[in-house]
Design a protein around this ligand. Structure first.
Ligand SMILES: O=C[C@H](O)[C@H](O)[C@H](O)COP(=O)(O)O
Length: 220
């Protein structure tokens, strides 16, 4: 099966979990775009959606959905998002599209985080995908030096500015054996806004699309 067909299958499975009358969180990326296609069909029984990026906000609006400011909701019953890498422990690397900071915020508010992915995203150990860090522009060189001390090889994502006006460093060469520990350590570097390890708030459920069907992994 083509990768896009797998992404769509995962998105369709996630659409079955959308509660009636709810405001839900919606992530960013090509897999989530298939989920937004599904939401278009469900829009009459959805109160609204909180977007994790400007791109998702635009797409939700084009689909006829009401986009809600996160500050006006106390809790989200569901957050659906993709990943660049995901393990069986439901820890992830995210931020390939540069939306990691807003994604981490919306995920923190959500009661249930459902990760949708095709089988190519499943890994045993995180780190083959370059780890994105959102960084305050004036701290770029300092943060890069600190990352090099940790054994990473940082590279500035050229010509890219996040929705928050910051830059992205993509870091190769990190062996992420303890994802929660590295997530915390990287957050301590002054100038780092967010790093793309999602381990302190992992997904609750992974919907992993394979040729044999969509596997449900996790507790939810
Ligand atoms: O910043 C982007 C997000 O973290 C995405 O969820 C991630 O990059 C996966 O995107 P895609 O579904 O396009 O592979």
């Amino acid at each position: 099966m083509q990768q896009d067909a797998l992404k769509r299958a995962a998105a369709q499975e996630a659409a079955k979990l959308v509660p009636d009358g709810a405001i839900i969180g919606v992530g960013t990326g090509s897999t989530v775009n298939f989920f937004i296609d599904e939401l278009k069909r469900l829009k009459h029984r959805l109160e609204g959606a909180v977007a994790s990026s400007v791109a998702t906000e635009q797409r939700l609006k084009e689909a006829g959905l009401r986009v809600v400011d996160l500050n006006s909701v106390d809790e989200l019953p569901l957050y659906v998002d993709g990943a660049d890498e995901v393990t069986r422990h439901l820890t992830m690397i995210k931020g390939g599209g540069g939306a990691l900071t807003r994604e981490k915020i919306v995920a923190a508010v959500a009661k249930k985080f459902v990760c949708i992915a095709d089988k190519s995203k499943l890994v045993d150990v995180l780190g083959k995908f370059p780890l994105p860090l959102e960084v305050i522009p004036m701290a770029r060189s300092f943060v890069a030096r600190q990352l090099a001390r940790l054994g990473g090889i940082p590279q500035l994502r050229q010509g890219f500015v996040t929705d928050n006006g910051n830059v992205i460093l993509d870091v190769r060469g990190l062996t992420i054996l303890d994802p929660p520990a590295l997530e915390s350590e990287l957050n301590q570097i002054p100038g780092v806004v967010t790093n793309g390890i999602f381990a302190r708030r992992p997904a609750d459920l992974l919907l992993l699309a394979t040729e044999q069907g969509v596997q449900h992994m996790g507790a939810a």
